[in-house]
Design a protein around this ligand. Sequence first.
Ligand SMILES: *[C@@H]1O[C@H](CO)[C@@H](O)[C@H](O)[C@H]1NC(C)=O
Ligand SMILES: *[C@@H]1O[C@H](CO)[C@@H](O)[C@H](O)[C@H]1NC(C)=O
Ligand SMILES: *[C@@H]1O[C@H](CO)[C@@H](O)[C@H](O)[C@H]1NC(C)=O
Ligand SMILES: *[C@@H]1O[C@H](CO)[C@@H](O)[C@H](O)[C@H]1NC(C)=O
Ligand SMILES: *[C@@H]1O[C@H](CO)[C@@H](O)[C@H](O)[C@H]1NC(C)=O
Length: 464
Amino acid sequence: MLLCIITVTSSFASFIHGVQPEHLSEVVRNRSKRMILDSIGVGLVGSTTRVFNIALQYCQLYASNAVSSVYGRKGLKLSPTLAAFTNGIAAHSMDFDDTWHPATHPSGAVLPALLAASQMLPPSSKPNGLDFLLAFNVGIEVQGRLMRFSTEAHNIPKRFHPPSVVGTMGSAAATAKLLSLNVTQCAHALAIAASLAGAPMANAATQAKPLHIGNATRLGLEAALLAAWGMEASPLILDDIPGCSGFSAFYGDYRPKPLPLPANSHEFLLEKQDVAFKRFPAHLGMHWIVDAAVSVRNLLINYSGSFSPSLIHAIVLRIPVSKYINRPFPASEHQARHSFQFNACTALLDGKVGLNSFTDGCIHRRELTELLAKVLVEHPEDNIANFDKMYGEVALVLENGDVLTGRCDTFYGHWRKPLSRESLLNKFRSNASHVLPDNKVNSIIATVDNLENLPDSSQLASSL
Ligand SMILES: *[C@@H]1O[C@H](CO)[C@@H](O)[C@H](O)[C@H]1NC(C)=O
Ligand SMILES: *[C@@H]1O[C@H](CO)[C@@H](O)[C@H](O)[C@H]1NC(C)=O
Ligand SMILES: *[C@@H]1O[C@H](CO)[C@@H](O)[C@H](O)[C@H]1NC(C)=O
Ligand SMILES: *[C@@H]1O[C@H](CO)[C@@H](O)[C@H](O)[C@H]1NC(C)=O
Ligand SMILES: *[C@@H]1O[C@H](CO)[C@@H](O)[C@H](O)[C@H]1NC(C)=O
């Protein structure tokens, strides 16, 4: 019998089981608390969307063991898995949640599972706030590690929507940690989660996209619960076994490496690579093109005294190749959130993009349709579909032949230009106060700020 062989899968299981609160540096604690607060805020405002309401109705059909809270629905409880599902949908309902590099939405797949699980556990074994923060970071870390096993995963995806793949694994890992599963059970939780993962990219820019995050957080939670109750699955799920796919089924170029056991210190990926927070509810790529469009709009105003579309002969967008966000005439809210053309033209017309830009009235405006008809798309070779490298450029070719150009390399909110604490709190306040009174909003901010010292982490979920 071979003993002591470190497989990738067992190394991940040992990591999840072994990592301790002292491994979280101050930077990681601060960054992850920003993610938690932002994710709750976009989830709270997301509880006003149509897709959330459909999902909630569906979940109420199955509401038994209703102990877990739902964003923006004081007094309503669902079973833990369905609460996680609806809250995950809320977080991604407007495509307003955080984005990481390599590309995924890390928090939305993890936080709802942890909130739901914290309320499910009996009073005698409630995890405290520090356990909760550690479990959250385990869920983020596992997603980051898995994405680094594939070059394909570094770029804006083409096959599977990343949250439905790594998000499910992250949710399982985080929940396994919160439930204090043993090493064997942690490995089974990951393996079971792999069987529940994966949704195709073609559903991005549809109402089903938020379901990917709802499912990821829910199914990861279910995988950890199944493992806790004794279900077993492949002990080699993360290893690359030629001829029989494990997690490699999701990537064409999967090259996994063992995850070192945290010794005295562990550097979390979040330490090296912060997330991006969105300033308006649309795909992350839109943030570059909107800032470029706003700056060229200002140039035109300077040039001619006002913004008059009649001066514009053509609008050239210089963007990376990414099929699902290249949509010349989006017809629905979800398509509009994934259209370079729509976001550039809205920013030209209005000087900004916001929550209201995605209403039917705004999407189908005649002035906007006229601008969209002037758009030409170019794909410069140096503009690649990668959130760490891409840029946005908007050139206005005027009727008189003059050309004005606006460009954005790094928008405010990207990890290279992080939102200030004030901007982050402003976003949270304006989003959360849509569904909660001011005193509640302030108490959530204080709870997340002080998460390390919270005696019972389920207090966070019950304050939503
Ligand atoms: C973490 O956040 C606290 C409170 O906002 C701040 O005082 C501290 O400087 C931050 N630490 C780091 C390393 O960013
Ligand atoms: C993990 O827990 C299960 C169920 O209690 C038990 O059968 C198994 O031996 C444990 N494994 C380890 C490594 O502790
Ligand atoms: C959600 O999960 C269920 C159960 O695994 C699966 O049948 C369904 O296809 C998933 N849907 C989406 C949109 O991810
Ligand atoms: C507009 O023109 C003024 C005066 O020429 C200049 O100071 C300002 O920076 C210009 N603004 C933009 C956006 O180019
Ligand atoms: C949510 O926050 C964003 C960014 O601050 C803001 O534009 C938006 O209006 C907020 N949503 C609501 C409903 O207030």
